[in-house]
Ligand binder design. Structure first.
Ligand code: GRF
Length: 204
């Protein structure tokens, strides 16, 4: 097999999507290997979770940077020195600035808990329930300068039940996130997922 691509995973909280990606990358036929795990939150639960899998995390404490640009410059430096090929945002709660996005465009992915382009931003499950939607789900997309607005690479649908709360819905969506993110990353690395006119290609 050709050299494995080096993946950075960025997270801010619990890190369950990070763990799902790490598990997938353990497979010898997965064309990627973890290069670095980065969090902007020194108190993130995911640091301990990664530790249980034998991984250390690199902390770039968001609170200690005077502005977003200086954070992004440090982040870019860390990514370069870890010789990263692909960046996976996995519950990373900072909005990256235009300069760093430009540098990594086409090589940076995000997972979002809605069927994009619907419900960009926060509180997606609550908003989908309030709007009376029948379906919601999860999307993996390329990151561009529009928050949650880059080309969608893949989605998985989840039915909203009559008495769902945001918590009950999250319980059913999260396992779909854990399935979809590694699947899409693998397809990108295998070259089996191409954007056609900048549109979604893979729906399940
Ligand atoms: C996930 O729902 C992800 O889609 C969203 O934030 C949540 C992070 O969860 N962006 P985890 O930290 O991966 O467990």
């Amino acid at each position: 097999m050709a050299d494995k691509k080096r993946v950075a995973i960025l997270f801010s909280g619990r890190g369950s999507n990070m763990i799902a990606l790490l598990k997938a990358m353990k497979s010898p036929d997965f064309g990627a290997t973890p290069a670095i795990l980065i969090t902007d939150n020194p108190k993130a639960e995911g640091i301990e979770n990664a530790g249980m899998w034998g991984f250390e995390c690199h902390v770039i404490d968001g609170a200690s940077y005077k502005d977003n640009d200086s954070f992004d410059i440090e982040l870019d430096k860390v990514l370069q020195s870890a010789r990263v090929d692909v960046v996976c945002l996995a519950g990373f709660m900072r909005i990256l600035g235009a300069d760093i996005v430009d540098k990594w465009v086409g090589r940076i992915l995000n997972i979002h808990p809605s069927l994009l382009p619907k419900y960009k931003g926060l509180n997606t499950h609550k908003r989908a329930i309030e709007e009376g939607e029948t379906w919601t789900g999860v999307s993996v997309h390329f990151v561009n300068k529009i928050v949650d607005g880059g080309p969608v690479l893949g989605r998985k649908k989840v039915k909203i039940k009559k008495n769902d709360t945001k918590e009950s819905l999250e319980k059913r969506v999260l396992p779909k996130e854990h399935e979809l993110y590694p699947l899409i990353l693998k397809k990108i690395l295998d070259g089996s997922l191409d954007l056609k006119n900048g549109k979604t290609i893979f729906d399940t």
